[in-house]
Design a binder for this molecule. Structure first.
Ligand code: DGP
Length: 119
């Protein structure tokens, strides 16, 4: 069965229909700056191949991809110069998690001290 067309804003970014401020890209993932940054550094990492709406929709097939997203996040943090000061990785899920775009994405937020617990 073929994948449904991914009509989320991030699907459009992957297809180049909407521009983004790209930080990193390979065949599996795309990293770009968040349009509403929550800190001096705020980058989103999204998977490119399969449309996974939320982390709830990931399966064992996606294990390597999820690991790739984490390793890419650490690499982006290094290239942004926030790896030593520290940063936060966030995956929002569904309504209570505050998810607004239903294409799986990981936030990398840093460049300032972040409060805990989140609001
Ligand atoms: P979330 O709340 O976890 O679903 O985060 C979605 C993020 O996506 C939010 O921080 C704003 C960002 N965003 C929404 N639309 C765009 C866009 O068109 N371009 C970019 N770069 N970021 C976007």
């Amino acid at each position: 069965m073929s994948e449904p067309v991914n009509n989320t804003i991030f699907g459009k970014i992957i297809r180049g229909e909407i521009p983004c401020d790209k930080v990193f890209e390979d065949e599996d993932v795309l990293a770009f700056r968040d349009i509403h940054p929550a800190g001096p550094t705020h980058v989103l990492i999204i998977p490119k191949k399969r449309h996974i709406p939320t982390i709830n929709d990931a399966t064992a097939e996606d294990q390597a991809l999820l690991g790739k997203m984490l390793l890419t996040a650490a690499e982006v943090a290094r290239s942004e110069g926030i790896d030593q000061s520290g940063y936060r990785l966030v995956i929002n899920c569904n309504q209570h998690g505050g998810q607004t775009v239903y294409h799986l994405h990981m936030h990398i937020i840093g460049g300032r001290a972040l409060g805990w617990p989140p609001g």
